[in-house]
Design a protein around this ligand. Structure first.
Ligand code: B12
Ligand code: SF4
Length: 515
């Protein structure tokens, strides 16, 4: 039996402007974990991982009228079709990480059925996990997988091999299978208890060098790629919290499950020995949830010779720190920490975001990072239903103040109702969205939430103002630090996406509409 994993090309721009992303690529961990698991289970079939983004080719769809053509990063649909027909797979496992890219996944499934109809198509990832009932209606998809795919894909393959109908909780082949799901909307399935039972990802199935090359030349998801040979690494899965805007539980569950020290050590060793990595982005859902495990990860990092640089771009809790831990973090190679505050108003954190976070500790963390010399960034969200206008203003003022005072770099986001979140339910149930059809609310890059307290226009103006004030502080920092200025010029020359993003931010900062 032949299994083809496909990571579809990325849609970077759609004519209706509902998608507008910079092209980027990362090693497709989900598919590589599944491939490694199948190997560990002695699955005897042949497999190939086809990441259709890897050509790095940015183009407009050729077979469409100019005003209907999307901009695509990666292979053309013709090349995707040829890869499928050349390989002649029995099963095609399509991965889709972001709801905003679901059309790329569905177009891939359609193409599979057009050019190679005998293959069974399977779709997995966060969007499929949230909307299995919608996905199962798609005629080009034979199976939808909800949640972690390792064991479920194995069941699908083995059942097909035996000529049986794949079945099991989280495997949806028809509407009736939906009854196998638990009623919990955000965690409708079981999760793998012992995540050490999943071997480290099968990196050998992809051209890791090519990812490093593209990422360090502007196709990193981060505005700036910090390492030349950087990888994302997860030491745990799941998060017990229930922040209203977060959808992670649908794929990874509420239970925090972490890898053993031995597993993490072996994973890092594998990446060093085989791929000579120089940077790690720890992107666990809640990296510092269990402080004991976090300290063990630091011990592993401190053992590394030379040290590996690392960061936490996905955000970590802001209340799990003391001076000693911050020092150890810095000593182990951390380049920056990113804390997820969301709001600087305790009422908003408690009643709107529903995050368990005691704000009174946060300023001490900021001071301690400054003292230790560890860069700190902070996430803020504006425009959540329930926030008041004065609270939104206060949040922006707080973020700028802390940037000026302690150098805590703020990242502002506009609340976006992601499928599978409580926020999505609130927005849909109360019809708080403007200018979008119900099925498209999650696709917007712009504010869409309207409440009695604020309009999307107000949120956009607050966002523009926040970015403008942040940019001015950044310029001030740069002018007072020649090192930062030189670094900025060097990076801009090398990375056109970095340059465009900064140019846009500066333009917005200077010319943003006063509303
Ligand atoms: C790392 C990460 C990123 C990195 C990606 C790096 C990378 N390695 O690819 C970057 C920085 C790019 C990123 C960006 C964003 N992210 Co992000 N990210 C993650 C994170 C933390 C980990 C991803 C990962 O590697 N998971 C580990 C692997 C093992 O899981 P997986 O890929 O989901 O695969 C498993 C299952 O889904 C399933 N599966 C997947 N595919 C398939 C296919 C088949 C056939 C089968 C059977 C099963 C299956 O099996 C796999 C193994 O168990 C996830 C949260 C999470 N824990 O998954 C959020 C997550 C994917 N991100 C999310 C979001 C919202 C974003 C942003 C929109 C944030 C923002 N506001 O900018 C941007 C998206 C930018 C864009 N539109 O392109 C959401 C997506 C929700 C959604 N429905 O769209 C998630 C789920 C987090 C959340 N809080 O809800 N992200
Ligand atoms: S935002 Fe972070 S802390 Fe909140 S539920 Fe999601 S992963 Fe957990």
């Amino acid at each position: 039996m032949k299994l083809l994993f496909i990571i579809p090309p990325q849609i970077t721009k759609s004519p209706d402007n509902k998608v507008d992303y910079k092209p980027y690529i990362t090693i497709p961990l989900g598919s590589l974990y599944m491939a490694a698991y199948l190997r560990s289970q002695d699955w005897q079939g042949e497999m190939k991982v086809y990441d259709a983004r890897l050509s790095g080719n940015l183009h407009k769809e050729e077979d469409k009228e100019e005003d209907a053509a999307r901009t695509i990063f990666g292979d053309t649909w013709q090349t995707v079709a040829k890869t499928i027909t050349d390989y002649q797979p029995d099963v095609i496992a399509i991965s889709n990480m972001f709801s905003v890219q679901i059309n790329a996944a569905l177009d891939t499934a359609k193409l599979c059925k057009e050019v190679y109809p005998s293959a069974t198509t399977v779709l997995g990832g966060p969007h499929a996990s949230t909307f299995p009932s919608e996905m199962v209606e798609n005629e080009h998809l034979d199976y939808i997988v909800v949640g972690e795919g390792e064991q479920r894909l194995q069941i699908i393959l083995e059942s097909i091999e035996k000529g049986e109908k794949p079945s099991g909780q989280g495997i949806i082949g028809c509407k009736e299978d939906l009854t196998l799901l638990k009623p919990n909307k955000r965690a409708p399935i079981r999760f793998i208890n012992d995540i050490d039972s999943i071997p480290i990802p099968a990196y050998d199935l992809v051209d890791v060098e090519r990812y490093f090359h593209l990422q360090s030349n502007g196709c990193s998801p981060r505005v700036r790629e910090y390492g030349k040979r950087a990888v994302t690494l997860l030491t745990s899965r799941g998060c017990p919290h229930q922040c209203i805007f977060c959808s992670v539980q649908t794929t990874m569950g509420y239970r925090f499950r972490h890898h053993s020290t031995e597993y993490i050590r072996a994973h890092i060793k594998h990446l060093r020995d085989n791929y000579d990595i120089d940077y790690i982005h720890f992107e666990d859902d809640n990296f510092t949830h269990d402080i004991e495990s976090y300290e063990k990860v630091l011990d592993i990092l401190l053992e590394q010779k030379p040290l590996i640089k690392w960061d936490t771009p996905n955000g970590v809790r802001a209340d799990s720190w003391n001076l000693e831990r911050i020092r150890k973090t810095k000593e182990s190679g951390a380049q920056y920490l990113c804390i997820a505050l969301e709001s600087s108003v305790q009422r908003v954190i408690d009643e709107v975001v529903k995050k368990k976070l005691d704000l009174s500790q946060v300023e001490d963390v900021m001071k301690a990072c400054k003292e230790v010399g560890l860069s700190l960034q902070a996430f803020y969200i504006i425009g959540l239903p329930g926030e008041r206008e004065d609270e939104i203003r206060y949040n922006v003022d707080y973020a700028i103040d802390k940037y000026e005072r302690y150098g805590v770099y703020p990242t502002f986001s506009i609340a976006n109702p992601l499928p599978g979140t409580e926020l999505y339910d609130i927005v849909m149930d109360n019809k708080l969205f403007t200018g979008f059809s119900p099925k498209e609310v999650h696709k917007s890059n712009n504010p869409i939430i309207t409440t009695d307290e604020f309009s999307p226009d107000f949120i956009q103006s607050m966002y523009d103002e926040a970015v403008k004030r942040k940019t001015f502080v950044t310029i001030k920092y740069m002018l007072t630090s020649p090192k930062q200025f030189i670094e900025f010029i060097a990076r801009s020359l090398k990375n056109k996406w970095f340059f465009t993003t900064l140019a846009k931010a500066t333009f917005r900062a200077v010319f943003a509409r006063a509303r």
